[in-house]
Design a protein around this ligand. Sequence first.
Ligand SMILES: O=C[C@H](O)[C@H](O)[C@H](O)COP(=O)(O)O
Length: 227
Amino acid sequence: MDQNELKKAVGIKSVDFIKPQMTVGLGTGSTVYYMVEELGRRVQAGLKIQCVTTSTRTWDQAEKLGIPLKKLNDVDHIDLTIDGADEIDKNFQGIKGGGGAHTYEKTVALNSQRNLWIVDQSKMVTTLGQFPLPLEVNPFGCQQLFQRLEKEGLKPAFRIDKQGNNLLTDMKNYIIDLHLGQIKHPHLLADWLDHQTGIIEHGLFLDLVNTVVVGCDDGPKIIENIR
Ligand SMILES: O=C[C@H](O)[C@H](O)[C@H](O)COP(=O)(O)O
């Protein structure tokens, strides 16, 4: 199976975790796309749920499919959030934000009773960091922040769109990607990044995921993170 077929298989499989009357967080990305398409089919077939989204992309897709949507501020809990990931290590720590949506994604994830990630097998790694670590940053003072990151040896690069401009997030911020190669101590790095003024949110998602559905050639595999 190619990567897209694996993404589609896990996207469809993950919808089995959604039960009637749940409030569900919908992530962002090309794997989540398939999950939302399948959820739309089930809602049209009569499944009663409500959802919050983590990006305008997902909101627009879900709205077109007739999935009932709420703003995050208007729900009192989220039963389950289903999202993609860019890397997951052997300790179930993850990198997200390849699509620049990680700030809203982390906000929704932190407010969810359960988090389920859907990935193809290429995302399962021994050590995080091969995938560049995304930072959402405030445009105000971003050059000074960039220099600070360079000085720390974190190999930053602004993410640029097709027109050659700084890519803008849903919140109209910029993205800086850190090309680290490997992240030996994710918690220490997360702690340092959490304390840098100008960084709105980083893409390290630590101690957050409960279940991972991995797309493998012989079918989706469900892995529980027993913590
Ligand atoms: O900002 C984007 C998200 O964190 C995505 O969930 C992540 O990048 C995985 O995306 P994809 O399923 O397209 O590989």
